[in-house]
Ligand binder design. Structure first.
Ligand code: AHM
Ligand code: MG
Length: 342
């Protein structure tokens, strides 16, 4: 007898898993639902990006006489608006805003959650039809009452209650964790719903892909140079050389490595001595996800999730992916940490 496969939407999945949360009152579920809705709006605009020549350039006026916003600005506004009207978020930290954005709506006055996000990461890839993404991280506020303040955001990544990303690629997916494994949902455009497509995602222990911007090689720490050479060496037993794959869109590079196994590295360089990527809304959420999927995330020496933030837009080097690859990179970073040139 034919039994149709049950399609589980993101909304259903969130409700079914609500009892996983220690303080299950539905607030976090509603917050995740709000993020899902904003992601669909952003997805719609991202898909239109190639039409700017017809509809009007970003920053100019379109044929209807409306101003066409840059997509990263649009995404930022869309997420903040969804979080403000959802009522569960008391403040947002975003790559697009220098300062934290307090949410002061009447409906949010008892809100317990903070969201740190990069509303549209990899924005240099938008105009060339390459995958981009949204990254988000959710914390409970630490101050007990009154308006939220910056200190609420100065929590280690270990304190995240949920984190996720949306990838706008050949299909659009949302992947998230609440600390009980990682699940991926693919947007079915015909019904406008994210549907569970990748339950309980696990990253391979060892992968065969390394992702790093080798154009910066001359300025890399010696440990990273040694690791790259290790990846390129011929060794049949360990299936080296590994493949090099670098999109230059963190979410897309991370997503591929999560599925196939691999390591993504953005180290400190002479130009960016603290690395390029931001701890709060790029590295911590992906570190939480990768650990939940059985992987590892490090700054080369220490676990990303253990770093104490001291500012909203703090940067950190990032080594993230299959655990055996990250451990190997850490070993070389430590072994050559005192060497200043190759
Ligand atoms: P952005 O937040 O300004 O888009 O920068 C982050 C992006 C990541 O998506 C990507 O992995 C990295 O910057 C690429 O940087 P580079 O061009 O230096 O390799
Ligand atoms: Mg970014």
């Amino acid at each position: 007898m034919y039994t149709p496969k049950r399609v589980i939407t993101l909304g259903q999945f969130i409700i079914e898993r609500q009892s996983d949360f220690p303080y299950a009152k539905g607030e976090l579920s509603r917050l995740l639902r709000d993020i899902g809705i904003a992601a669909k709006m952003v997805n719609r605009e991202v898909n239109k990006a190639g039409l700017v020549d017809i509809l009007g350039d970003y920053g100019n006026t379109n044929v209807q006489g409306e101003e066409v916003k840059k997509l990263d600005v649009y995404a930022n506004e869309q997420f903040i608006s969804a979080l403000s009207s959802g009522g569960e978020t008391c403040a947002v930290a975003s790559e697009e805003n220098e300062e934290m954005v307090p949410i002061n709506s009447e409906i949010s006055k008892n809100a317990k959650y903070l969201v740190a996000m990069d509303p549209l990461d990899g924005s240099s890839n938008i105009d060339v039809n390459v995958s981009i993404g949204t990254i988000f991280s959710i914390y409970r506020r630490t101050t007990l009452s009154g308006p939220s303040n910056l200190s609420d955001f100065m929590q280690k990544g270990t304190e995240q209650v949920a984190a996720g990303y949306v990838i706008y690629g050949s299909s659009t997916m949302m992947v998230y964790t609440t600390g009980k494994g990682v699940n991926g949902f693919t947007l079915d455009p015909s019904i406008g719903e994210f549907c569970l497509s990748h339950p309980d995602m696990k990253i391979p222990k060892l992968g065969f892909i390394y992702s790093v911007n080798e154009g910066n090689y001359a300025h890399f720490p010696v440990g990273v140079k040694k690791f790259i050479k290790f990846c390129q060496e011929e060794d049949e037993k360990s299936k080296r050389p590994y493949s090099s794959r670098y999109i230059g869109s963190l979410v897309a590079d991370f997503h591929r490595n999560l599925l196939k196994g691999g390591i993504y590295i953005y180290p400190a360089t002479a130009k960016s001595p603290k690395g390029k990527l931001r701890l709060l809304y790029e590295c911590n959420p992906l570190a939480f996800i990768v650990e939940q999927a059985g992987g590892k995330a490090s700054d080369g020496f220490n676990r990303i999730l253990d770093i104490q933030p001291t500012s909203l837009h703090q940067r950190t080097p990032l080594f993230i992916g299959s655990p055996d690859m990250v451990s190997k990179a850490e070993e070389l970073m430590m072994r050559f940490s005192q060497v200043s040139t190759s």
